[in-house]
Design a protein around this ligand. Structure first.
Ligand SMILES: [Zn+2]
Length: 338
């Protein structure tokens, strides 16, 4: 499990979600009502799925296991005990059908104070509670964290297929990273291609855990031959994985108000997938568009180019027009064009 940076949904999507929450309330506010309305709500579900997919890193994978394709919208707090959160954007995460329907189902353990004992990767840093042991492929709770233990249990994070998959992914990642390092040193353009393939692979949590290894222990885990490649990878991809870790306040900002974008978390993403080996020459992009009500809008955050193009497609699918990607200097954002 790696941190996921929640994006804001469009005003149009939020209006839809609010309207459907009203319908759940009008139908009695029960879990049965929530389930019935959720099944009917095809358009809101499409909007939510598009927004969730834009939050995944590389390929669209489950936000819990990082293995299978994310096919289901999971209600983090289940409809059974929070029917009025059925259409709440901050309660939606993308899961594979196994994690959603076979592992988590409607489980939502809480402690004696009613605080949830599951890690929400869009609201907090999973590594505060979960440690991935690369040489065994197993997750372990950090400092016997109850939240870590329950998260491993409820999501089945140590199920045998995931453990085997992580071990294989770790073996491949070490090899790929060494190959990437050779290409990177030769300034071969294939280095970027290989890095992207690695970032798009299942079990990205393995690469994430590799980048977090302490200097004193990394040689015993990845092997001395891989250490120079790992160091170079960290330098080239520093923003890709460390932004959320280094700036927990950005994540907390998302918890407080998930519908407001946070510059810091988005800026963190901006340095990610597009900055392979070229962090110092990173180019930022903003967007301008006209929303479905005819109001000119502009993005409140900066993106890297693939993310900006993805956001453009998402806005167009939501009925926005004149959507343009605009190159901006670091720290600047475009003005609405009206
Ligand atoms: Zn999954």
């Amino acid at each position: 499990m790696i941190p996921v940076q929640r994006v804001p949904v469009s005003d149009r999507t939020q209006v839809l979600l609010t309207r459907w929450t009203g319908r759940v309330r009008d139908a009695g506010g029960t879990s049965k009502a929530a389930r019935e309305q959720w099944i009917k709500a095809q358009t809101p579900r499409k909007h939510v799925r598009t927004a969730l997919e834009s939050m995944t890193r590389g390929a669209v994978r489950c936000m819990y296991c990082d293995d299978s394709r994310g096919t289901d919208i999971d209600h983090f707090q289940p409809l059974e005990n929070a029917p009025l959160r059925a259409f709440e954007w901050s309660n939606h995460l993308l899961a594979c059908s196994y994690c959603n329907s076979n592992a988590k189902r409607s489980q939502y353990p809480v402690n004696g104070d009613g605080v949830c004992l599951l890690v929400d990767p869009s609201a907090e840093e999973p590594a505060n509670h979960l440690r991935l042991l690369l040489k065994s492929g197993l997750y372990d709770p950090v400092d016997k964290s109850a939240k870590g233990e329950e998260t491993i249990r409820v999501f089945g994070l140590n199920r045998p297929d995931l453990v085997k998959g992580r071990l294989d992914a770790f073996f491949r990642a070490c090899s790929n990273m060494r190959d990437w390092h050779g290409l990177h040193q030769d300034a071969d353009p294939l280095a970027d291609r290989l890095a992207q393939a690695l970032l798009d692979s299942p079990f990205i949590d393995v690469v994430h855990a590799m980048t977090r290894l302490e200097p004193g222990v990394e040689a015993t885990v990845v092997g001395q031959a891989t250490v120079p490649a790992l160091d170079a990878w960290r330098t080239a991809h520093s923003l890709s994985f460390c932004a959320a870790d280094a700036d927990a306040s950005g994540i907390e900002g998302v918890v407080d108000n998930t519908l407001v974008g946070d510059d810091r978390t988005q800026q963190g993403r901006a340095g990610g997938r597009n900055s392979v080996g070229l962090v110092t020459t990173m180019q930022n992009y903003g967007l301008t568009w006209t929303d479905p009500t005819g109001t000119p809008r502009s993005s409140a955050v900066a993106y890297d180019e693939p993310s900006a193009q993805y956001r453009k497609a998402a806005l167009e699918s939501e009925g926005c027009t004149s959507v343009e990607v605009v190159a901006v200097r670091p720290g600047e954002l475009p003005e609405p064009r009206g």
